[in-house]
Design a binder for this molecule. Structure first.
Ligand code: R5P
Length: 290
């Protein structure tokens, strides 16, 4: 039975303090439900509204990629420096300690290997399993202009419907096929399609010319993939330029885990993303930490 003896009269109503109704700072996300916002806050730092996602999902079509041969050895030590980890459910269950309590963005599409037509993906995770894994978002590859364009977009819209049911945001990942031109015009098209069709945020590639217009025309946050391994200073410059031109973060893999000093590199990237540190200064930091 509840203890109802000696109940004190409630009187701390703070009548002089109006109830706050603060907008949710993340771009285009103010109308989302509480669960979505809560999960997005586990990806994007609530102070900077930016994120450093550590992407290690490459094995889902490439197998044991350089730097990811032993995720337990090479990636787990980096986890304290990431805002979010992007990985497959196989790696999550087998290798990532369940004490990792930041956001996990779960790779949720797949099918073909590098030996086949990559755009021929299907949904590879049931949303209930994503919820069981307590993920912050599900990620799906979208191949605008690819051979299986419609199928990949349909994968995304189905995941968005399921995600909306459970309060799980969907990251639309714009894939660039070998035959596609990586310019601002293409990135605007691909990112906007993802956002229009319901992605909570979108991953794309940085382009030297006109990236501001890519970020401006996408109504939800954009994060950039790191892409192929660059010299550390160049990767930091790319991250800096993307952030200054409207990106809300990076989803960086090879430029961190294939670096000569991954722990130093991810810390330098964090400064660029969250503190607007100039790339040359961040590179000095990288060298010191290395
Ligand atoms: C593609 O394999 C994945 O979506 C990666 O997560 C993405 O490309 C980011 O990794 P990277 O920075 O190595 O391009």
């Amino acid at each position: 039975m509840a203890d109802t003896d000696n109940i004190q009269e409630a009187e701390r109503y703070h009548l002089d303090i109006p109830v706050k109704n603060e907008p949710f700072a993340l771009k285009g996300s103010n109308s989302l439900d509480w669960g979505m916002k809560n999960r997005l806050s586990n990806i994007f730092d609530p102070v900077s509204s930016r994120t450093v996602m550590l992407a290690v999902d490459h094995g889902y079509f490439m197998g044991p990629t350089t730097g990811l041969e032993r995720i337990d050895v090479s990636i787990v030590p980096l986890l304290p420096y990431a805002d979010t980890l992007m990985c497959t459910r196989g790696i999550l269950r087998s290798t990532i300690p369940p004490t990792f309590n930041k956001g996990v963005v779960l790779r949720a599409s797949g099918g073909p290997s590098i030996l086949k037509e990559l755009s021929n993906e299907q949904i590879a995770v049931d949303m209930e399993d994503a919820v069981r894994l307590n993920v912050a978002a599900a990620a799906v590859q979208v191949f605008v202009g690819g051979e299986f364009e419609t199928q990949s977009i349909h994968n995304m819209t189905r995941l968005v419907d399921m995600g909306n049911r459970y309060g799980v945001p969907v990251l639309g990942v714009t894939a660039v096929g070998r035959e596609m031109v990586r310019d601002a015009k293409y990135m605007r098209l691909a990112t906007r399609i993802c956002a229009e069709l319901g992605a909570s945020y979108v991953k794309t590639y940085y382009v030297e010319e006109g990236f501001e217009s890519v970020a401006a025309s996408c109504p939800v946050p954009i994060v950039i993939a790191g892409g192929k391994k660059l010299p550390e200073l160049d990767a930091l410059k790319m991250a800096y330029n993307a952030i200054q031109q409207g990106a809300s973060g990076v989803d960086m893999g090879r430029n961190i885990f294939q670096s000569e000093a991954p722990t130093a590199m991810i810390q330098a990237v964090r400064k660029v993303v969250h503190k607007d540190m100039k790339p040359e200064v961040a590179f000095e930091l990288y060298q010191e930490l290395k």
